[in-house]
Write a protein that binds this ligand. Structure first.
Ligand code: C5P
Length: 220
């Protein structure tokens, strides 16, 4: 098999968007398809790892041999991650919502006559990657940085702030890559060692390359 093996290793992956409920029929979400995380989970499983995939709401088939935990909100994703902090490698690809409504309305939010502007109060969600970075007892922590500007600068900052071992950065201002597209083009930044750039490619192929790069850098 090309690349090293992950036999005996437990790998935790988060993928997809989250949905934050406003009322029983409305929610806040984003354009994440979950493809990158699913491809990474599948690649890790192929390399022999026990894989737990904590997924937001996506339209993708469950990868064979992978333990999928379906979640909806950031809070649910966070709870699932906290119960798998014993993983050896954590890859946090999910496009987690940064904010959630302070309260979820019991009934449908009604349109009020003559009300042109409506506001919904939001609060910050828990930062799952940061939690993993700060509470890791041996987990090699990998985050993603999807930015539209100053990508490299933000990625370096994320590596430090979130206590991660690696950040996979991509520029989502280019709509032919990232978020909801089949392809991605990334650069991996490591706490130890030189950055690794990858050519633009299909997310499944890239999932394999990211796993192989992690095996090389993490397990040496
Ligand atoms: O800070 P920012 O959201 O740009 O960081 C992106 C990275 O952090 C991704 O790896 C994402 O999965 C993770 N993240 C998270 N929980 C959040 C926000 C981001 O795990 N609440």
């Amino acid at each position: 098999m090309k690349g090293g093996s992950l036999k005996g290793k437990k790998v935790l992956v988060t993928a997809g968007p989250t949905q934050e409920s406003i009322d029983p029929i409305r929610y806040i979400t984003n354009h994440s398809s979950g493809r990158m995380g699913y491809a990474i989970a599948e690649a890790a499983q192929k390399r022999g790892a026990e894989v737990v995939l904590v997924s937001g709401p996506v339209n993708l088939a469950q990868p064979a041999g992978v333990h999928v935990i379906d979640t909806v909100s950031t809070e649910e994703m966070f709870t699932a991650v906290k119960s798998h902090m014993d993983a050896d490698l954590g890859i946090f690809t999910a496009a987690v919502s940064d904010f959630t409504p302070i309260t979820r309305m019991e009934g449908k939010m009604k349109k009020q006559k003559d009300q042109e502007i409506v506001s919904i109060d939001l609060k910050k969600t828990p930062d799952i990657l940061q939690y993993a970075g700060e509470h890791s007892t041996g987990m090699y922590v990998v985050g993603f940085a999807a930015e539209t500007e100053n990508v490299e600068e933000y990625a370096e900052d994320k590596l430090e702030r979130k206590n991660a071992d690696c950040i996979v950065m991509n520029d989502v201002s280019d709509t032919s890559i990232g978020m909801n597209s089949p392809d991605n083009e990334v650069v991996m930044l490591f706490r130890e060692g030189a950055p690794m750039p990858f050519e633009k490619m299909d997310k499944r192929a890239l999932g394999e390359q990211i796993i192989d790069a992690l095996i090389q850098r993490w397990l040496g």
